[in-house]
Design a protein around this ligand. Structure first.
Ligand code: DX5
Ligand code: ZN
Length: 228
């Protein structure tokens, strides 16, 4: 069974102290740091870019995952790899099969991994189904991309279940990562639907004790995955 992973999204923290946000992820025993890069074009917000990731990289050994909510991933991919991202996730709405192949080749030339993200209205495209074994992760967005602190759309659960059947059926270890509105109170539903990797912004950083919030999310997710 694919392992439970927790990925705090630093976008929800005090943006003048992203280093502190990464420190919290470290102390909470997170598996990944989720870095939401938004260009104001693909989604209606502008966050941070490769320079910020490069600066944060010096402060942590955790796996850095760059969630690229940008219209032209090919134009900037190298910058995000150079900056020290370990996993680069591009949106299915911004690429097709051949474009993905080119991105995949570049990511692998850096010895890094690639993932694919799906907006709420997007299903896994056929070209991606044919390339599943090349993906490290599939991010299912349970909110519209742009902002932290939105409510999770449970209407995305059937998509998570379909992906779980598809990936488990093929015996692949592609993570099913769910992103948007997750906290310790609803993570078990997401885990039961088939998610194994959980992004949490407000669910970690807007809690009274963010370090504790990470372990609570993990505990509840693991209990649900093991059927407790
Ligand atoms: C949405 C981002 C999410 C978001 C998560 O555009 O992809 O990663 O920041 O934050 P919460 O968990 O607060 O919804
Ligand atoms: Zn994200």
């Amino acid at each position: 069974m694919r392992p439970v992973k927790i990925a705090p999204s630093v976008l929800a923290y005090d943006l003048s102290d992203l280093r502190g946000a990464v420190g919290i992820a470290d102390r909470g025993g997170a598996d990944l740091v989720h870095l939401d890069v938004i260009d104001g074009h693909f989604a209606p917000n502008i966050t941070f870019g490769a320079g910020t990731i490069r600066a944060l990289r010096k402060n942590s050994k955790l796996v850095f995952e760059a969630h690229l909510m940008i219209s032209e991933p090919a134009r900037y991919l190298r910058d995000f790899l150079d900056a020290g991202s370990d996993i680069v996730v591009v949106h299915a709405e911004t690429v097709d099969g051949p474009a993905f192949d080119a991105l995949h080749a570049m990511v692998h030339s850096f010895g890094k991994q690639i993932g694919l993200a799906l907006k709420p209205g997007t299903e896994l495209p056929e070209w991606a189904e044919e390339r599943l074994d090349r993906l490290k992760t599939i991010i299912v967005l349970t909110v519209n991309p742009g902002f932290s602190g939105q409510k999770m759309d449970v209407g995305q659960f059937p998509k998570i279940e379909r992906l779980d059947r598809l990936i488990s059926g093929k015996g692949l270890d592609v993570d099913i990562e769910v992103d948007g509105g997750i906290d310790s109170s609803n993570v078990s539903e997401v885990a039961k639907a088939g998610g194994n990797s959980f992004v949490a912004g407000a669910g970690v950083y807007n809690q009274p004790d963010p370090v504790l919030a990470i372990s609570k999310i993990r505990q509840n997710a693991m209990a649900a995955r093991s059927g407790a």
